[in-house]
Design a protein around this ligand. Sequence first.
Ligand SMILES: C[S@@+](CC[C@H](N)C(=O)[O-])C[C@H]1O[C@@H](n2cnc3c(N)ncnc32)[C@H](O)[C@@H]1O
Length: 319
Amino acid sequence: MENAILEQKAPAHIPVMTQEVIDYLITREDGLYVDATLGLGGHTKSILNSTNYKSRIIGLDVDEEAITIAGNNLSKYKSNIIFRNSNFSDIDRVLLDLERGEVDGIVADLGMSSFQLDSSGRGFSLIRDEQLDMRMDARLRFTAFDLINEMSVDEISKVLKVYGEERWSRRIAKRIVSTRNDKPINTSAELANLVFEAIPKKFHPQRIHPATKTFQAFRIAVNHELDSIEEFIGKAIPFLKTGGRLVIISFHSLEDRLVKKLFNNLSSPCICPPDLPMCGCGKRSELNILTRSPLIPSEAEIANNPRSRSAKMRVGEKL
Ligand SMILES: C[S@@+](CC[C@H](N)C(=O)[O-])C[C@H]1O[C@@H](n2cnc3c(N)ncnc32)[C@H](O)[C@@H]1O
């Protein structure tokens, strides 16, 4: 019954840059791959399809509802897939527990699914009026409501600046605290309206809602998103076979800059200061970067799926 309700709640999620994922990720038709962000199963289905159902996939998602929906969407292929309701920052533990050894490729399609944004009811979208939760993982202790209603002006301002790159962070933080002095800020619409009013009209962005950066910032803070990405990339490399690919799709500049920095670090053979006569760090290059600049969706894909427009894909190959 619960599955049927979730299935009805779940709109179609159009997977992003599917052909590029397949082209870069798949090195063996009968390989073992990790879909670290299973979502509604779109990429997993395409991988299975393009490998004539000979590949096997370990599918992770931190969102239990996503795992349930993906399980329904992929019910025909269940013998090819192992589902795990886990954070990709725990990829090492998941793979060790499964005792499958190294894998042929790992893909992560960061951010949120259409289900989470449009129908999870968790306050991710600024165009809906929902309780401010924003947790992808229901096991997390603090919701967006907790952060918004309990943090100080300084703390909120820092979250907005660091995770939203919001120029008006302090003004918005002050407005949040003065508003909640009257009554708690409960819903996404209340937050969106308050930010709309806090930013001077003439500085409202043209193409996005003025609260977009605020929503992004609280979502990143609630879900520890950047820390998880950093942990994930570091832990994933030792589990890749030589020649195996790590494919990462990000959706905003903070994510993409982090992925770029981590890839550069993994590909660099030595991190000694340049004036040192000999290498003393002993570091060796672990990753060959296959995409010097990130791949982006084609115009046709963006026209068909406007949500793909900010996607950037980076790929590394294990050395
Ligand atoms: C953009 S969607 C993936 C969509 C999927 N590729 C598809 O085609 O259906 C991102 C998914 O990653 C999940 N996610 C986000 N952060 C995660 C993390 N740290 N660990 C595991 N899953 C995560 C979200 O819950 C969401 O379901």
